[in-house]
Design a protein around this ligand. Structure first.
Ligand code: FE
Length: 235
């Protein structure tokens, strides 16, 4: 089986939130799609290890915020690479509580929708929740962030609990460049973000062409916030 065939499936990027016993959490997911139109139902795949999964099971409600293409990497890092068991993610962003009580994240979102779980399927590591929508709102016009854009343009990577996670070897093999570069790339050992000197980190005022060892000491991973010491050279 050539697993690379799976890389051709396209996805968006969403913040999935839930609430249970008054506690809220959210996470990034790329697997959301519309199942039916009348009534409007969507499917969402969530890793069983995640705290959001626990909350969805308990309360049977979830919300989905569709992120725009301009979403900054640290925001994706907050929801994608940090655990709600350690930090209160919702205290760090704007949200509205709608019909289900779920916190619908509005920061960097083009739209959101929320509803009740009406069915679920055991997908092994993940549960696929079928959700009948109770409410939905468009916040602004814009281009939805796709998983492909995030990976290629923003240099992002999937956390290990994502359904699309690729083993590091396969990831590196697919990223070999023809051009030998004197400026080495460095990979974050926490989230897998690759610092590419040719691209710099413009969102954090690091101009293109800045070698890794010239980054200021206080520079941190734009996705997960890890320090320079957590980075290692990409072979
Ligand atoms: Fe990182």
């Amino acid at each position: 089986m050539d697993r690379k065939a799976l890389y051709d499936i396209s996805y968006g990027l969403y913040v999935i939130t839930s609430i249970a016993d008054g506690r809220m959490n959210g996470q990034i997911a790329n697997t959301v799609f519309q199942v039916s139109s009348t009534p409007a139902k969507i499917a969402v795949s969530i890793n069983k290890e995640n705290l959001t999964h626990e909350y969805i099971l308990k309360s049977g409600v979830l919300a989905v915020s569709t992120l725009g293409q301009e979403t900054p990497l640290p925001f994706i890092g907050l929801f994608g690479f940090k655990s709600g068991r350690e930090i209160d993610k919702l205290s760090q962003c704007a949200y509205v509580q709608g019909a289900t009580g779920c916190p619908c994240v509005t920061d960097h979102a083009l739209s959101y929708m929320e509803g009740k779980v009406v069915a679920s399927a055991d997908g092994g590591t993940h549960t696929v929740f079928i959700v009948e929508l109770a409410a939905a709102a468009v916040l602004k016009k814009g281009t939805p962030l796709t998983y492909a854009y995030y990976q290629e343009v923003k240099n992002g990577k999937a956390p290990k609990t994502a359904p699309t996670y690729k083993e590091a070897a396969a990831e590196n093999a697919s990223k070999t460049t023809e051009k030998e570069s004197s400026m080495k790339k460095y990979e974050c050992g926490i989230c897998g973000y690759i610092y590419d000197p040719e691209a710099g980190d413009p969102e954090n005022n690091i101009p293109a062409g800045t070698p890794f060892d010239k980054l200021p000491d206080e520079w941190t991973c734009p996705i997960c916030g890890a320090g320079k010491e957590d980075f290692s050279e990409v072979a």
